[in-house]
Write a protein that binds this ligand. Structure first.
Ligand code: SF4
Length: 504
């Protein structure tokens, strides 16, 4: 069958430019894995990179008109508001007869199949969970003109338009999954994305990684030899030697997880590659990091999330502040300055939590780089459907839903925390909008930018501390005062950028 997979164009609302959690990084290979599996079953596959290739819907329409696929698969990525443009496009494709069957897949599709079907009549089915297995079975059922109602993992509408599906059993041995197909657009990225494992053994309340892979499904790692084989194939195909493991958690649990990581290091070392990973702080062990660095590890994202044990417990992070500090120490000892995940503003945070977080960040030298500072002094907890936080806030009747209901928010318990969060959100959005082109690599860093960033970093840290201290002292702030303070901060940031550029 001719099957087209579409990565649709994505837009980001200006006030969400600092939010990073609309879909986990591992999503970037979902279409590739679907394509790999379908190819292995003899289907003719095309991936349209609407997002990375910056295609318009008119350009995508031209491609689909030429390809006339039997099935059009859409990797639907949540992007903060109902995607009317995408849904209108799919309706049009159906009406024009450019395809007879449309199926959606991905994290958003898995967690909100009913909402997606309600919003787009052109979508015939939604894949719930890992996509490659159910997609292959769906294609076989359609090809054989069999009913798709009983295909596990495929949600379809019943007579009342309610989505119904039989649960799929995700593949346990992921060495059995064909390697993903990588498009030219994916190869254009600075690093080749690779997935060495699926799921996470953690259970953080704000995370929905496991809701996608299936509740109760354990972390599954590929064998080091299977990963080695894929990397060798990529080097042979593209010559690239920079990789990023998009696994939500590179390390498996316990001692066996460490031993597997050590074995990966042994196999990667002779290949002379450079790579990045993401992991939990409790898995950062001196011997393993030493071996991985020796094998080419150059960067890592670790989820610190908080500088206070009580907050870590509320998030069910199953880690401690001592483990956070130990992980920072080990990584720095081996020459790695980590990227960090940090949730400064969780719904139940008190001013005391915020102060302890701030002191933790200062004590651990995490407020010296503007790109890091702007994140750690701002990030609030994003509450997406499929997470434990979404469910518990709903039970407590604190959840406020945003359209289309996939994302919620909860008012802060502390009005003072709400004020500080509001100020920091607005100020950091100003920074992100000024720095967007540089931080995204769209333009080359202008001369003197490091000095400017350093000046602005000082402004933001001082601003945070000033307002935190004022709130601790009981100073009230109303909306007008907040607006004036944000305006003053914007002027200071802009004048600092100008001043520094003239003296350098
Ligand atoms: S450790 Fe990371 S991937 Fe695992 S549950 Fe927590 S946030 Fe999710």
């Amino acid at each position: 069958m001719k099957i087209v997979l579409l990565e649709h164009p994505r837009s980001i609302a200006p006030d969400r430019c600092n939010d990073i959690a609309n879909t986990p990084l591992s999503s970037c290979l979902i279409s590739g894995y679907v394509a790999g599996m379908l190819k292995s079953r003899g289907h003719d596959i095309e991936i349209i990179e609407g997002y990375l290739d910056r295609l318009s819907y008119a350009e995508i329409e031209d491609r689909i008109r030429t390809l006339k696929p039997d099935i059009l698969g859409i990797h639907i990525v949540y992007h903060w508001q109902q995607d009317i443009a995408l849904f209108n496009f799919l309706e049009k494709m159906k009406q024009l007869g450019q395809t007879s069957f449309i199926t959606a897949y991905g994290f958003y599709a898995t967690i909100s199949p009913q909402a997606i079907m309600n919003n787009c009549a052109a979508i015939d089915s939604v894949i719930v969970g890992e996509a490659e297995g159910p997609f292959a079975e769906l294609a076989e059922a359609i090809n054989a003109k069999n009913s798709i109602f009983s295909v596990p993992g495929i949600a379809v509408r019943d007579v009342s338009c309610n989505s119904q599906f039989k649960k799929q059993t995700p593949i346990r041995d992921i060495d059995m999954v064909p390697f993903p197909v990588r498009t030219e657009a994916l190869y254009r990225l600075p690093e080749v994305n690779i997935l060495g494992s699926r799921g996470c053994y953690g259970r953080c309340t704000f995370c929905y990684v496991n809701a996608y892979h299936g509740k109760g499904i354990p972390w599954r790692g590929r064998s080091p030899e299977n990963i080695e084989a894929e990397i060798k194939a990529i080097i042979a195909e593209s010559g690239k030697r920079d990789f990023y493991f998009t696994d939500p958690n590179f390390f498996g649990p316990g001692q066996s997880g460490q031993e597997r990581a050590l074995r990966i290091a042994v196999l990667l070392k002779p290949m002379q590659i450079r790579f990045g990973i993401e992991g939990r702080v409790n898995d950062i062990h001196d011997e393993t990091i030493a071996a991985l660095v020796d094998a080419g590890l150059r960067h890592i994202l670790i989820g610190l999330e908080s500088g206070r044990d009580e907050s870590l417990k509320r998030m069910n992070k199953m880690t401690t502040v001592a483990q956070n500090e130990n992980a920072l120490r080990i990584l720095r000892k081996h020459g790695i300055e980590p990227n960090v995940g940090f949730i400064m503003f969780e719904p139940d945070a008190t001013l005391q939590d915020i102060r302890i977080n701030f002191e933790f960040l200062k004590r651990n030298d995490l407020l010296k780089n503007l790109a890091v500072t702007a994140n750690v002094l701002y990030h609030h907890q994003i509450v997406l459907e499929g997470t434990e936080a979404f469910e518990s806030l709903k039970r407590e009747e604190r959840l406020q839903l945003q359209s289309p209901g996939y994302e919620g928010s909860a008012g802060f318990r502390s009005p003072e925390v709400a004020v500080l969060s509001d100020i920091m959100r607005q100020v950091t959005n100003i920074i992100f909008s000024r720095m967007a082109n540089i931080w995204s690599g769209r333009i080359i860093e202008p001369p003197g930018i490091q000095r400017r960033c350093s000046d602005i970093n000082c402004i933001v840290v001082e601003l945070f501390e000033y307002h935190l201290s004022a709130l601790e002292a009981g100073k009230p702030f109303d909306a007008k005062q907040i607006a004036l303070m944000v305006q003053a901060a914007e002027e200071e940031i802009d004048s600092s950028m100008h001043y520094s550029s003239t003296i350098l």
